[in-house]
Design a protein around this ligand. Structure first.
Ligand code: HEM
Length: 373
């Protein structure tokens, strides 16, 4: 397959049909020099432009430089194709403190997320000044890309946390089959998709009139690491599992419907007048009709970080969602889910991230963050 183009109106890795693998990283900026930060972003951009096209991170490459110097590419992707690699950058709220003169540039939409009921967030795997989402069909290619950005950033940024993901849990194009999450359900059925041009304009991309002009054509990213109580879930009866989501497990159809893409009928009543889709079902509480039409572009991945020493899988969903304004999309949806979702018995949110992802790059003279600095 041809590499995903790096340049364009929007950053790649958002509506790009979701690849199979993820390596997501969040950095803290350690340099105090604004000029040094900008230099690094320019170096990163050049490396990203190369790596997404299947080339080495630096111009000499893993083997072409001086034998007396460390190579400008680490080498583990030698011989591998681009594998659909996309690299998507975002800037966190903490970058807009006093350090780099960016305070007045902070978009109102990049407002800190509130604390939600049930949150068990660990600061050491939450937040961060700059994130990079690497997605690819080959995990080695995604890891290689993040590793080389971290190498280039040595002394200017330090890795705060990172997350590997496998098995996309969303489709972001109608050309893709809907995959399943670790609870065994199809995930991404009613997602914002590449083909929904009018809805993407309305719900995904920041418009010039939205406030922060530097974000026009960009999008806001929310990440949540959501641990699943896998062993408890596996002991829940099938009918209960289906009630929790409001969809059946085989086809992914809304309860009361037949096909995956049938519209859920939230008014339908069964025997005795009980709702066919329960009042606390995930799809009812998350549905756009419950939130004045608000939607998300979900792009999450399954994760398994081994086991926890107590005989349980340390596993769940690394939730990723893009949107035009989290104050109107993620926050109200999650507020309702956190309060009422019957899924809560089986999950716990353990990390959170919020990032402003700027528009795409025009050409080789452009760089990540140009519109901001
Ligand atoms: C729908 C799973 C967390 C927002 C769904 C569906 C599944 C699912 C199976 C139905 C298929 C689909 O339309 O994609 C999960 C799991 C979660 C989780 C396992 C946690 C481990 C969240 C969170 C949010 C969210 C944190 C946002 C705050 C949505 C939305 C829909 C959806 C907006 C579409 C609802 C509709 O329009 O029908 N989710 N989800 N989910 N979920 Fe989640």
């Amino acid at each position: 397959a041809a590499p995903v183009p790096f340049y364009g109106e929007h950053q790649a890795g958002i509506v790009t049909p979701a690849q199979d693998r993820l390596h997501f990283v969040s950095f803290d900026v350690v340099t105090k020099e604004r000029a040094e930060l900008i230099d690094m972003l320019q170096e990163w951009t050049a490396a990203a432009a190369r790596m997404t096209q299947g080339k080495d991170a630096g111009t000499f490459g893993a083997l072409g430089g001086s034998p007396e110097a460390p190579p400008d590419d680490t080498g583990e992707a030698l011989g591998l194709p681009a594998s659909g690699l996309t690299l998507t950058i975002g800037f966190g709220p903490s970058l807009f403190d006093d350090r780099f003169g960016l305070k007045s540039r902070r978009p109102a939409a990049l407002a800190d997320l509130p604390k939600f009921p049930g949150d068990d967030l660990r600061p050491e795997i939450s937040g961060g000044d700059i994130c990079v989402q690497a997605c690819a069909h080959d995990p080695q290619v995604a890891v290689h890309a993040i590793r080389n950005l971290a190498r280039i950033g040595f002394g200017k940024v330090s890795v705060r946390w990172s997350q590997l993901g496998f098995g996309r849990t969303s489709s972001t194009s109608r050309a893709q089959a809907t995959p399943r999450n670790l609870m065994g359900f199809k995930d991404g059925t009613n997602n914002l998709k590449l083909e929904d041009a009018a809805m993407l304009r309305d719900q995904l991309w920041v418009a010039p009139s939205d406030g922060a002009a530097w974000m026009a054509g960009g999008s806001y990213l929310v990440t949540r690491k959501i641990r699943m109580n896998i062993e408890t879930w596996d002991r829940a009866p099938l009918s209960e599992q289906e009630q929790i989501f409001g969809r059946n497990k085989g086809e992914g159809a809304p309860l009361g419907g037949h096909k995956e893409f049938d519209e859920p009928d939230f008014a339908a009543r069964g025997a005795g007048g009980t709702p066919v889709i329960a009042d606390d079902a995930h799809v009812r509480l998350a549905h756009p009709s419950t939130h004045g039409g608000a939607r998300l572009l979900r792009r999450g991945y399954n994760y398994v970080d081994g086991s926890d020493g107590l005989g349980r899988l340390d596993a769940g969903l690394f939730f990723i969602a893009y949107q035009r304004d989290p104050r109107k999309q993620f926050v109200p949806i999650q507020r309702m889910l956190a309060r009422s979702d019957s899924l809560n018995e089986y999950i716990k949110h353990i990390s959170s991230g919020l990032f402003a992802c700027p528009p795409g790059l025009r050409d080789a003279g452009d760089y990540w963050g140009r519109t901001l600095f």
